[in-house]
Design a protein around this ligand. Structure first.
Ligand SMILES: Cc1ncc(COP(=O)(O)O)c(C=O)c1O
Length: 364
C-alpha cells in the first residue's frame, strides 16, 4: 500500500559537493536526509524526513549498555534507463520485523513496517536523487536502524525507541570479482549460538562477537572470517557479511537456515535463480572437513559469498588450521559470474525482473 508522503524538513545546505563519487568506499558518507519515527507512550508516532543529523542520547540509555538495537541493509540502484530500483525491500522489512521481535522491540505489524520502509525509501531517493551513484557497481545503501532510547540501567526492554532510515552512496564492499576474497576458517571463536541464540537477528551483538576474530584474521592477511557452528566448530555457517555457497561435483550446496545464520536476501535470490536455471541445490549442513576433502580432491569447483554489500563474491582461498587452500577456477567461476551478471543485470534494469523483485522509483 502506498502511504501519503511523510512531512519533510529539507537541509539548508546540501553536502553533496563534498562527495568524491570516484572514491566512495563503503558506508562512510551519508546523504543529506534521513527518515525518523519515535515510539513513545505505547505508540509509533511522528514519521518524518529530516536533515541527516546526530541523535541526542543520554549516557544512561540502556541500549548503549545492553545492545537493544537492530538494523538491516538494502540497496537502491540507478538504472541504465534513469529509473531508481530498490532491491527487495519487502524482505528486509520482514527481517527487520523479526529482528525487532527477537530483541523485544514493540514494532508495528510487518505489513505496516514494510509500507513505511518503502514509502520512506522512495521519498529519500526522490529528495536525495543526486546522491544515487551512476557508476556500474555503485549504489545507494539504505540502512534502517531501531534503537531503544529509554535512560535506565535496568536490564529490560526500553519503553521508548527511535527508528531511523539513513542512506549512503557506496562503492563495492570488496571490489574483487576478479581477485576473489580469502577467508579464515574460525575454529575457536563463535559468532552466534547454534540453538536459541541471536544468529538470525540483525543485531549489534552478533557483529560485536565478530570484531576480535575479524581483526585477528586480517592480521594474518585474510579478508573475512568463515564461521563454523557454535557447538562443535565443525559445520560451515556463513561469512562476516555474506552467506556462503559451494559448487562441489556439479551440485550447489549452502548451509540451511537453522536459526544461527542470517537469512540473507541475496541468498534467497541466488536460490531462486538456481531453481529458474534448473540447477541442483542442496540446503544442508556442510562440514569443514567435507570442504577440505573437496579442495584436496579437486571436486570443489567454485565457492562464493552472497550478500547485499558483497553482491556475489568469489572465494579465492581459505585458511584452516595453519594451511592455505586455493580454490580452483577462481576468480570468478562460471556459475559465480553468471549469478553476478544476472543479479546485477536485474538490479540495474538491464535484464528482465521476472520475479518482481525491484521497487521502481522514477527520478528527475
Ligand atoms: C552476517 C551476515 N550474513 C549474511 C549477510 C547477507 O545478507 P543479505 O543478502 O540480506 O545482505 C549479511 C549482510 O547483511 C550479514 O551481515
Amino acid at each position: 500500500m502506498q502511504l501519503t508522503p511523510f512531512p519533510v524538513t529539507p537541509v539548508k545546505q546540501s553536502r553533496l559537493s563534498q562527495v568524491d563519487f570516484d572514491d566512495l568506499g563503503f558506508g562512510t558518507i551519508f546523504s543529506d536526509h534521513m527518515f525518523s519515527m519515535r515510539y513513545e507512550a505505547g505508540a509509533w508516532t511522528n514519521p518524518q524526513i529530516l536533515p541527516y543529523q546526530a541523535l541526542a542520547l543520554e549516557p544512561g540509555v540502556a541500549m548503549l549498555h545492553y545492545g537493544q538495537t537492530v538494523f538491516d541493509g538494502y540497496k537502491a540502484f540507478r538504472g541504465l534507463d534513469g529509473v531508481a530500483r530498490i532491491f527487495r525491500p519487502d524482505m528486509n522489512a520482514q527481517r527487520l520485523h523479526q529482528s525487532c521481535q527477537r530483541l523485544c522491540i514493540p514494532i508495528m505489524d510487518a505489513g505496516e513496517l514494510c509500507d513505511i520502509m518503502i514509502q520512506a525509501t522512495r521519498q529519500l531517493i526522490e529528495l536525495d536523487h543526486a546522491w544515487l551513484p551512476s557508476q556500474w557497481g555503485h549504489s545507494l545503501y539504505v540502512r534502517p536502524l531501531v534503537i531503544g532510547t529509554e535512560s535506565t540501567l535496568e536490564v529490560r526492554a526500553a519503553d521508548s525507541y527511535c527508528f531511523i532510515i539513513m542512506t549512503s552512496p557506496v562503492g563495492s564492499y570488496f571490489n574483487n570479482l576478479q581477485k576473489g576474497v580469502s577467508l579464515y576458517v574460525e575454529d575457536r571463536f563463535t559468532r552466534a549460538a547454534s540453538i536459541g541464540g541471536l544468529g538470525t537477528a540483525k543485531t549489534a551483538a552478533n557483529y560485536a562477537a565478530s570484531l576480535l576474530p575479524g581483526f585477528k584474521s586480517r592480521q594474518q592477511g585474510f579478508d573475512q572470517v568463515l564461521w563454523l557452528d557454535g557447538n562443535e566448530h565443525r559445520y560451515v555457517e556463513e561469512v562476516g557479511a555474506m552467506n556462503i555457497f559451494f559448487k562441489i561435483d556439479g551440485k550447489v550446496v549452502t548451509p540451511p537456515l537453522g536459526g544461527s545464520i542470517l537469512p540473507g536476501v541475496v541468498r534467497n535470490s541466488v536460490i531462486a535463480l538456481l531453481k529458474d536455471w534448473g540447477l541442483l541445490l542442496e540446503e544442508r549442513p556442510i562440514a569443514i572437513d567435507e570442504v577440505v576433502e573437496a579442495l584436496h580432491s579437486g571436486s570443489l569447483e567454485e565457492m562464493f559469498g552472497a550478500g547485499t554489500a558483497a553482491v556475489i563474491c568469489p572465494v579465492a582461498s581459505i585458511g584452516f588450521k595453519g594451511e592455505l587452500f586455493e580454490v580452483a577456477n577462481t576468480p570468478p567461476g562460471e556459475l559465480t559470474l553468471r549469478l553476478y551478471d544476472e543479479l546485477t543485470g536485474i538490479q540495474y534494469g538491464k535484464l528482465e525482473d521476472r520475479h518482481g523483485w525491484n521497487v521502481q522509483v522514477p527520478i528527475p
